[in-house]
Design a protein around this ligand. Sequence first.
Ligand code: MN
Length: 233
Amino acid sequence: MSASYAFSPAAISTIPVTGKDAVFPVRRIYCVGRNYVEHAQEMGFSGREAPFFFCKPSDSIVPVAYGETVSIPYPSETGNLHHEIELVVAIGKGGKNIAEDQAAKHIFGYAVGLDMTRRDLQMDLRKAGRPWELGKAFDQSAPIGPIHTIETTGEIARGAIQLAVNGEKRQSSDITKLIWNVNETIAYLSKYFELQPGDLIFTGTPEGVGAVKPNDLMTGSVEKLGEIRVKIC
Ligand code: MN
């Protein structure tokens, strides 16, 4: 006899897939830190380090449909909420010790995502040598647009990545400027974790991160993946 749940389990977070009825079920969210030289520099580092990772909970996802403006609450216990626009890689085939030249075979697709950050808490935790969860892994900290399958986009190794706040450009770079490109990131991460279908990798943000406040509208895009609109309420 199988045991019943003591209460209903939480729903699986899902992301719409452009051109398909099926949605992408999210398993884990891995995020790369300081993966553009000029962002590493604005954070006080040289940009020459090995990749490092942190995670967000799968239910921190907030799906954002194109043409729609989604509101997220200004999180508690911060006075310095930052935007980080990122290319997100969605994994469709699992694996460990994945070779760089095989990495693309594990990609289901791509999306535009925001790694929202309580910068004040993250900096305090960083200084104290403590984990970053309070700064990075809070509720609704990962707004994300629809996933575009790799069949429709091809491998994304270049293209503009941008973010504006209230129409004013804040972040503007190119995917070619990733320190650890997508294939290298998948290869490196898969040495430490067995990747599984449903995993997301936030690949890092370019320079120009900054604060947003209630009523600000963020407009973020990656070439080929369209634009997402997220408002702070
Ligand atoms: Mn980030």
